[in-house]
Design a binder for this molecule. Sequence first.
Ligand code: SAM
Length: 240
Amino acid sequence: MTAPWHVSVITLHPDRFPGILAASLVGKALESGLWRLETYDLRAFGRGRHNSVDDTPAGGGPGMVLRADVLADAVDAATLPDDPRPRLCLSARGRPLTQARVHKLAEGPGVLLVCGRFEGIDQRVIDTRGLDEVSIGDFVLAGGEVAAMALMEACVRLLPGVMGADASGDEESFEAGLLEYPHYTRPQDFEGQTIPDVLTSGDHAAVARWRRDEAEKLTRERRPDLWAAQEELRDSKGDK
Ligand code: SAM
């Protein structure tokens, strides 16, 4: 049996894990040992009588910053000897997480994740511990925990044996550089809205064509950036 995909999370809120990740396919995969999760309580590495983990920002300004020495101790404790896992820090200013990156992470041995809080973390721990900053979107959360869970969930569902055979992810959003087509199921008539005829025609080629057209339309409308990349790809392949 191959080693489980191994996640170590450094957080001020270890009691909030696995949270939603204990549910459904991802939770079953955790139970059955396809992946493994351990948390490191940042408070346990705190300094002084109150186990302080943060301090005021050098140069002034609002909020608090997670201390480099505290976080470095936690990262070192969570790092295995010759640890091959990437060390990521959830960060609004990080490189955006993409489905391509999720695939790469899921193909590897696991990840070490650092959840920031307050104004963020001291730059020196990012530099000395080689943390790669990753963002889950252009918005600011209160902490890295929700982002860490999003990253874990996206990766774990791609691990071999997690998704059922009939739930292949091949046609999902981003897999082919497009957003996914719309879905319908029973009832046939919902408040006067019926299922498009083609989907109940039994003509598989027509269904595939319709889905492709809808996926392209949605991508053009909602994600001109993805659509432009698709067009570039098509141009480079010369199939225009
Ligand atoms: N001062 C930071 C900035 O302007 O980029 C925001 C800090 S935020 C209040 C606290 C923590 O939430 C961050 O250290 C990070 O771990 C997490 N966080 C916030 N937004 C995020 C995002 N879009 N993606 C990943 N993590 C995020």
